[in-house]
Design a protein around this ligand. Structure first.
Ligand code: NAI
Length: 374
């Protein structure tokens, strides 16, 4: 049975779904690993290294592979070249890529979306969203530091004392907590806010201050651990209460997301106007519409003297480590599914059922089916 690793073709994508060191884990269970020539090069992994670890290199892998490991969803052209009935594991952007999922179903592909991996202890080694969010949170702070016309740490020098930069992180999940930790390590004074009350302790354990807002948040966390959507009145009140923190900050990093929904707008144009010129907002929710009203996804813009960055694929800007982490996630998942020489669909298993989006010619995931009907 052939596991294929194609070159990613979406512009700007530098990650690869398998790194050489993990090839033996797949060949060890009897799988044949075929990597497209040059697939690892943008991330710093050479063809030679894959070959040394036991992979075969081919100019094209889509049509011959029984199992495909990918980072980005296949393009329409790629779907047409996938072998009918193949298994696909990758990020599939299931909430926004409905046409792509229908095409995969029509091709009878059994597709697993890494975005739907359940957040349970058993699946931690397969949690690709967390892996990528960690890198994004780190990189967001570096982007902010690169733009800010100030240094982050308190500096006491013969030429005078420089006060530390103030960073405010909105949304302290995986990316936000990494941003808090990175900004602290660079020496900033860091504050953070999240609607989920459990986050306070995590923020404080990193040495940052958790901002108290007079908002009712006891139902803000779903059983899945994710945030629940709030009413427009709630967000209105949150924007008003947070405006002073935003105005006081040199750097604002926003990461607030609600699964399957547009990201809540938490920073208005008026709040941007209230910030000091030269301040920086890095909006990690840009791809889901942005937490700042002025964010332009994929762009860096200056509005009212404030630099607003809306990066959309930060993990891909650290492709070596991002690939290393992602490859571990998808390899662990494939090995979980692979039993007695094939991919087994045990639908009583939460780890198999959760990420499964297409099978047997149909879209089978409930949330995606609801989207299709709507
Ligand atoms: P996410 O990327 O969906 O959202 C980011 C953060 O934004 C979350 O912390 C969320 O509470 C926050 N947020 C949403 N609306 C907000 C608002 N209006 N204002 C301020 N903040 C807002 O979430 P992420 O980071 O992927 O993970 C969230 C949860 O999943 C956490 O409870 C985390 O501990 C849990 N988790 C569990 C894992 C496991 O058990 N294996 C692994 C990774 C995460």
């Amino acid at each position: 049975m052939i596991v294929g690793v194609p070159q990613e073709t979406i512009p700007g994508e530098r990650r690869v779904a398998l790194v050489p060191d993990l090839v033996p884990r797949l060949t060890g269970v009897g799988l044949e690993v075929v990597v497209q020539e040059g697939a690892g090069a943008p991330a710093g992994f050479l063809d030679l290294s894959y070959r040394e670890k036991g992979a075969r290199l081919e100019p094209e892998v889509l049509g011959a592979s029984d199992i495909l490991l990918k980072v980005q969803p296949p393009t329409a052209g790629e779907v047409g070249r996938i072998k009918e009935g193949a298994v696909l594991i990758g990020f599939l952007q299931p909430y926004t890529n409905v046409a792509g999922l229908k095409a995969l179903a029509a091709r009878k592909v059994t597709a697993f979306a890494m975005e739907f991996m359940p957040r349970i202890t058993r699946a931690q080694s397969m949690d690709a969203l967390s892996a990528m969010s960690t890198l994004a949170g780190y990189k967001a702070v570096l982007i902010a530091a690169g733009h800010l016309p100030k240094v982050f740490p308190l500096l006491m020098t013969a030429a005078g004392t420089l006060t530390p930069a103030r960073a405010f992180v909105i949304g302290a999940g995986v990316a936000g907590l990494q941003a808090v930790g990175t900004a602290k390590r660079l020496g900033a004074v860091v504050e953070a806010y999240d609607t989920r009350p459990a986050v306070r302790e995590q923020v404080e354990s990193l040495g940052a201050k958790f901002v108290e807002l007079a908002l009712e948040t006891k139902d803000a966390e779903a059983r899945t651990g994710y945030a629940t959507a709030q009413s427009e009145e709630f967000y209105q009140r949150q924007r008003e209460l947070m405006a002073t923190c935003v105005a006081a900050a040199d750097v604002v990093i926003t990461t607030a997301l609600v699964p399957g929904k547009r990201a809540p707008v938490l920073i208005t144009e008026e709040a941007v106007r209230g910030m000091r010129p030269g301040s920086v907002i890095v909006d990690l929710a840009a791809e889901q519409g942005g937490n700042c009203a002025l964010t332009e996804p994929g762009q860096e813009v200056v509005r009212h003297g404030v630099i607003i960055a809306g990066p959309t694929n930060l993990a891909s800007t650290v492709p070596y480590h991002a690939s290393q982490m992602y490859a571990r996630n998808v390899t662990s998942y494939l090995l979980h599914l692979f039993k007695e020489g094939g991919v087994r669909l045990d639908l009583t298993d939460e780890l198999t059922r959760g990420p499964l989006v297409t099978h047997g010619g149909e879209v089978v995931h409930e949330a995606v089916k609801t989207l299709l009907q709507g």
